[in-house]
Write a protein that binds this ligand. Structure first.
Ligand SMILES: *Cc1c(COP(=O)(O)O)cnc(C)c1O
Length: 530
């Protein structure tokens, strides 16, 4: 950036006169980015990155650069150096998802209006009503719209900044629940130590199988401690909860339990439980006053796949997600709305209120009284960690309205078929090995049935396996993620983008995997001749 020539005020006449031009230039650039999404480099080139790094100001400028010049800088220096992780249908790192066109447009509106959703004042704004409608439509999509005998909804939903926060809510509600059912005072009021003492509980444990790292964070934040998290996976399938061990632990009288089910597990994508085990777990949690949390950040979307034999075995399990006491789901992954958006569904939302609402006398006095929990929808600040909140429900609302059930079904079918298509190719290819090994499941078709949107594989030959990820990613045609599985490197692909095109993307991915294998084999032949 060149040195500033003059002072730039935020409310300058010049900026407001230039605004139409600046917005129009920006829109053109954004449109170009979107139109080239399929061909844009997945990662910026090293040159583009270093140019962008050079362009960053080293200090706060005493006088600003002004709106025009800053916009130029953002569009020409910064934007090209940002990856296409959300734009490319072949970015398979983490589980990122993209942003559907409807969600994107809504998000522009959210930023432009920039309303704060801390309290619910229906006379002032439609926003919290839109939010509640988005949550009920989402519950319908995911088949979490069961009703009680009195007609009320079983599930109350809340938006969060992401699944990590949803997991924090799940563990915190579990903590409060196991204490309250043992007649402890609110730990939010008296503190965790006094509440545990009153309940006669030296310990509260969290039982899981390869729980997402955010479960550890939740344990740390809720005062239970990371050491409270106990891995209860089967030795041969560590992502799969060993319900017999859980049964043993949950009966302990010196300890209360929160069970957190990984549905699906984030390394393997596998559903870490069977339908019968989940039903059994529900009974155990009822009998021993434990809390059942389901971390279904991406797995909850299995419920939105169509009912047919192709997805039957996954759906058979996932339909029992509704046996949980609380459920984590992610918006910015498979729902394909912008970051930061997660959601949390809970049966008994007073648990959230126990944790987050501040007793009335401590509350600052509002000139217009916000709507409290009088049977109506919650006041957001009373049921979540945030006070000031983005209107993150609008992109969800827009995307569900624009595409409906069939639009999301179609997207999830494409994503699952691409994952299974890649898995089938890997399975058949002698150079590669599909992971994880599934004891007792030998047939290709049965293995493919266990796959949702995530696959794991490695090269059989250890020396190729060492460099496999680099060889794949340096093609620039797809981006996979490296993980360590059973002590060895492995490659993980999570298919989460709405723009997936099964035929085109599968052709490109198999071409990449095929050429990586062929090049390596040719190199081996050369070496053996020397
Ligand atoms: C991604 C993920 C999380 C964390 O979600 P964020 O939205 O990144 O905070 C938690 N659990 C599982 C199973 C996940 O896949």
């Amino acid at each position: 950036m060149s040195p500033p020539s003059k002072e730039h005020r935020m409310n300058s006449q010049e900026d407001s006169e230039n605004l139409p031009q600046i917005i129009s230039t920006t829109h053109k650039s954004l449109l170009t980015i979107l139109q080239n999404a399929r061909t844009r480099n997945i990662l910026p080139t090293p040159d583009t990155l270093s140019r962008a790094v050079q362009s960053l100001p080293s200090h706060l400028p005493p006088h600003g650069q002004g709106l025009s010049q800053t916009t130029e800088h953002l569009l020409h220096d910064i934007a090209p150096a940002v990856s296409s992780s959300s734009l490319s249908s072949r970015y398979f790192g983490f589980v990122t998802g993209g942003t559907t066109p409807a969600a994107r447009l809504a998000d522009y509106l959210v930023t432009t209006l920039d309303e704060c959703l801390a309290v619910r004042i229906p006379a002032d704004t439609i926003a919290t009503d839109v939010e509640n409608r988005a949550l009920t439509m989402l519950a319908e999509l995911l088949h979490l719209n069961q009703t009680n005998p009195d007609g009320s909804a079983v599930w109350t939903g809340f938006f969060t900044p992401g699944s990590s926060t949803s997991n924090l809510y799940g563990i915190a509600c579990g903590r409060e629940h196991v204490l309250r059912v043992r007649e402890a005072p609110l730990s939010g009021s008296v503190g965790i130590r006094a509440a545990c003492e009153a309940a006669g509980l030296p310990e509260i444990q969290i039982l899981c199988s390869m729980g997402h790292p955010s479960i550890m964070k939740a344990a740390s934040l809720t005062g239970l401690g990371r050491s409270a998290v106990k891995q209860m996976g089967l030795p041969s399938r560590p992502w799969h909860l060993d319900v017999r061990r859980v049964q043993h632990e949950i009966q302990r009288t010196d300890c209360a339990s929160i069970v957190s089910v990984s549905l699906g597990e984030v390394n393997t994508g596998k559903v870490g439980i069977t339908a019968d085990e989940l039903k059994q777990l529900r009974q155990l949690c009822d009998r021993y006053q434990a809390w059942l949390h389901i971390d279904a950040a991406f797995g909850v979307f299995i419920n939105a796949l169509p009912d047919n034999s192709e997805f039957q075995s996954l759906k058979e399990i996932a339909q029992y997600i509704c046996l949980g006491d609380s459920i984590t789901g992610d918006g910015h992954k498979l729902l394909n709305v912008p970051f930061d958006c997660g959601f949390f569904y809970i049966r008994d939302s007073t648990r959230l209120k126990d944790i987050f609402s501040i007793p009335k006398p401590d509350f600052p006095r509002f000139a217009i009284p916000p709507v409290y929990f009088l049977g109506g929808p919650a006041n957001p600040t009373d049921v979540g960690i945030q006070n000031g909140r983005r209107f993150r429900a609008l992109p969800v609302y827009a995307s569900l309205t624009a595409y409906g059930r069939s639009g999301y079904e179609d997207m999830l079918v494409r994503q699952t078929r691409l994952a299974r298509g890649i898995a089938a190719y890997v399975w058949d290819h002698p150079v590669y090995e599909l992971l994880p090994r599934l004891p007792g499941i030998e047939k290709k078709d049965e293995v493919l049935q266990t796959i949702f949107i995530l696959i794991l594989f490695r090269a059989v030959n250890p020396s190729l396996n060492e460099s496999l990820l680099v060889r794949i990613n340096e093609t620039g045609k797809m981006y996979a993620q490296g993980v360590v599985w059973e002590g060895q490197k492995a490659v993980r692909c999570a298919i989460a983008n709405w723009a997936v095109d099964v035929k085109d993307d599968l052709a490109i991915v198999t071409e990449v995997l095929g050429s990586v294998a062929a090049k390596w084999e040719a190199g081996e032949k050369m070496r053996s001749r020397l």
